[in-house]
Ligand binder design. Structure first.
Ligand code: SF4
Length: 623
């Protein structure tokens, strides 16, 4: 056994162009692991209550974990964090590609960016050296051009770059951060970069990740690889089709949402946009660094005005947002919309939900061609969809109304349109109609980032994984405890260690706690047991909840859109089901009990926080 892990943070102050290295204390690594966990702790500690998410007082973080850059497969994952301009809650989005490993090679676990540059800038980090440079040449560019121009400027094609497109510069609250063609898509984190006049971060390193015991690492990795190879799904299906298999699986359960959640089960265009259809457009595969799965799918649009447009995707969530949600079944247009959104730096999920929302309003006569600039904004009109994406990124016409997500759009439009706005805490709903997946619904309601499938994905309901126990997807029983389990395991393993969530879902769920503990011990040199992994996940969820409580969130905000609670599904395998207000209350009571939180307010209790070594958080909340 060698030394123990030494996490390193690079604090970048854009206001006075200062860079300073700090150590991430070992007890923070032990308690929060890294990635999202460490980022959430710094967010709670450093961003004061009520801070303007688009003001210089907000902070932006890029955070990787102890596993990143080691030989552990599927660990090139990075959390991007800040106070979300879309929700005013914790903003957390994950991305992959090669940037995370490069960041570790440059020596850093966490880049913590604060202040605001006085003019458009980008930051260059090469091992320990930091430069702040003018972004005059790249401000206004799309994301592919931006990355190429910066590499050319630096005379080094090996830099890895995370940047924003015009949507982030224009402070769209649904703007994302793009590295290569991967997106930290959700919660409007691209707008935080734009608000700081930060176009990009370019990074390059030559170091190596710390490993405390190569022998232990070898043994733990061999168990992990065995579990990956034994999965009947990971290599045989997921590696071939990627996330598009979701269209088929979820349609077969009647939970592929359609037409702003009015036609789930009725509109199910599996043959036109599902896994085989996307396969017929595939021209290659891509992967994150060190991943043997290579789930990224390069697809080429083939027909009409879209012919020749290449995209890395569209992923399942984008097929939902630019397909099911908008009633579009033209796959070429979805490929084009995916590529355009990545170039403009717009979150495909929130943008698609916003367009579907506007389409419903148009179909209902609440919006007319006078509001849409002449666009016939009916469900299925892919040409109008493409035009609206462009308009949102540049805040033009109806695009200005929709550019900050559906909650704000409904406030701007008025006329009772909030009931058609499909969001929780301001975050647009992901691609699972939870009227046919109740625990997934509890997760949408309680996730600290708003309606987020990634925080507590109910693999039991959606893929039939019987860990920690099987679940009836229409029942309320045990769904609170199950949601807690899903949220805590995911927070510790996928989001913080980190480890790709797709690998957890398809192969590692039964061994995730044991395997993560063994890998943690091998990499960090800390003594780590499966219970410690679970505790870390619980701790992360409690600090994130505390951040939100401090911002004014409580039980009242843990809810679902009215449509989900009052309109049973009209067709398909989940026909007749919805999550009623009573169902949700039963599941929330059980959830808060399982969490040890106050049932009435939904606040963490002092006893629970003290048990998690978080007495200072209880003091801050005054509980
Ligand atoms: S499975 Fe896909 S998303 Fe996950 S690490 Fe591999 S390439 Fe990246």
């Amino acid at each position: 056994m060698g030394d123990t892990y030494k996490g390193k943070l690079l604090r970048l102050n854009l206001t006075d162009q200062r860079a300073q290295e700090e150590e991430v204390p070992l007890d923070v690594v032990r308690d929060f692991i890294g990635g999202a966990g460490t980022g959430i702790k710094y967010l709670f500690d450093e961003v004061r209550a009520g801070a303007d998410p688009l003001g210089p007082e907000n902070k932006l973080m890029f955070s990787v974990g102890p596993f990143t850059g080691t030989p552990i497969p599927c660990a090139s994952r990075m959390s991007v964090l800040g106070k979300s301009p879309l929700t005013n809650a914790v903003g957390l989005s994950l991305t992959g590609g090669y940037f995370p490993v490069e960041m570790k090679k440059a020596g850093y676990d966490l880049l913590l960016i604060e202040g605001k540059a006085d003019k458009p800038s980008y930051v260059v980090i090469k091992d320990g050296e930091v430069r702040f440079r003018s972004a005059a040449k790249v401000w206004g560019t799309q994301t592919t051009d931006c990355q190429q121009i910066i590499k050319d400027d630096l005379h080094d094609q090996n830099f890895r770059i995370a940047c924003i497109g015009p949507a982030g510069e224009n402070l769209c609250r649904i703007a994302c951060v793009i590295n290569e063609r991967r997106a930290a898509g959700r919660k409007g984190l691209g707008a935080i970069m734009g608000s700081k006049n930060l176009k990009a971060v370019a990074i390059r390193g030559s170091g190596k990740a710390f490993i405390a015991s190569k022998e232990k690492l070898h043994a733990a990795m061999s168990d992990m690889v065995k579990a990956m190879k034994a999965s009947p799904v990971l290599f045989p299906v997921f590696a071939k089709y990627g996330t598009s298999r979701g269209v088929n699986n979820h349609s077969s359960k009647g939970i592929f949402p359609a037409k702003n959640w009015t036609a789930t089960g009725e509109f199910a265009p599996v043959d036109r946009v599902g896994m085989e259809a996307r396969q017929s457009h595939k021209i290659g595969q891509t992967r994150c660094a060190g991943c043997p799965v290579s789930c990224g799918q390069l697809t080429l649009a083939k027909t009409g005005r879209y012919a020749g447009i290449l995209s890395e995707g569209p992923e399942y969530e984008t097929i939902y947002s630019y397909g099911g949600q908008t009633g579009v079944d033209n796959l070429d247009s979805i490929i084009a919309a995916d590529r355009l959104s990545d170039e403009l730096g717009l979150d495909t999920m929130s943008a698609g939900v916003a367009i579907g929302f506007a389409m419903e309003l148009f179909e209902r006569g609440i919006l007319t061609t006078r509001d849409t600039g002449g666009l016939e904004l009916r469900f299925g009109n892919h040409e109008a969809m493409i035009e609206l994406i462009q308009k949102m990124a540049f805040r033009e016409g109806l695009g200005e109304v929709l550019a900050d997500g559906v909650r704000i759009a409904a406030e701007r439009i008025g006329k009772g349109t909030e009931k058609y706005a499909m969001h929780v805490k301001g975050l647009e709903l992901p691609a699972y109609d939870v009227r046919g997946a109740y625990a997934h619904g509890v997760n949408y309601a309680t996730s600290f980032t708003g309606a987020d499938h990634n925080r507590g994905y109910a693999i039991q309901e959606i893929f039939g994984v019987a860990v920690p126990h099987p679940a009836d997807r229409f029942g309320t029983e045990k769904k609170g405890g199950l949601t807690k389990w899903n949220q805590d395991v995911r927070a510790a393993t996928c989001d913080s260690a980190p480890m790709c969530a797709f690998v957890l879902d398809t192969a590692l769920a039964p061994v995730a706690l044991k395997n993560t503990a063994a890998l943690m011990e091998a990499v960090t040199g800390l003594s780590y047991a499966p219970e410690d992994v679970m505790k870390a996940g619980e701790r992360i969820n409690n600090v994130a909840r505390a951040f939100n409580v401090r911002e004014g969130f409580g039980r009242a905000e843990d809810t679902l859109p009215e449509r989900v609670m009052t309109e049973p599904l009209k067709a398909g395998p989940s026909k007749g089901h919805c999550i009623s207000r009573e169902d949700l209350d039963v599941m929330l009571d059980e959830y808060y009990s399982a969490r040890g939180w106050d049932l009435k307010s939904g606040k963490p209790t002092r006893a629970k926080l003290a048990e998690l070594n978080l007495a200072y958080v209880a003091d801050e909340l005054g509980v």
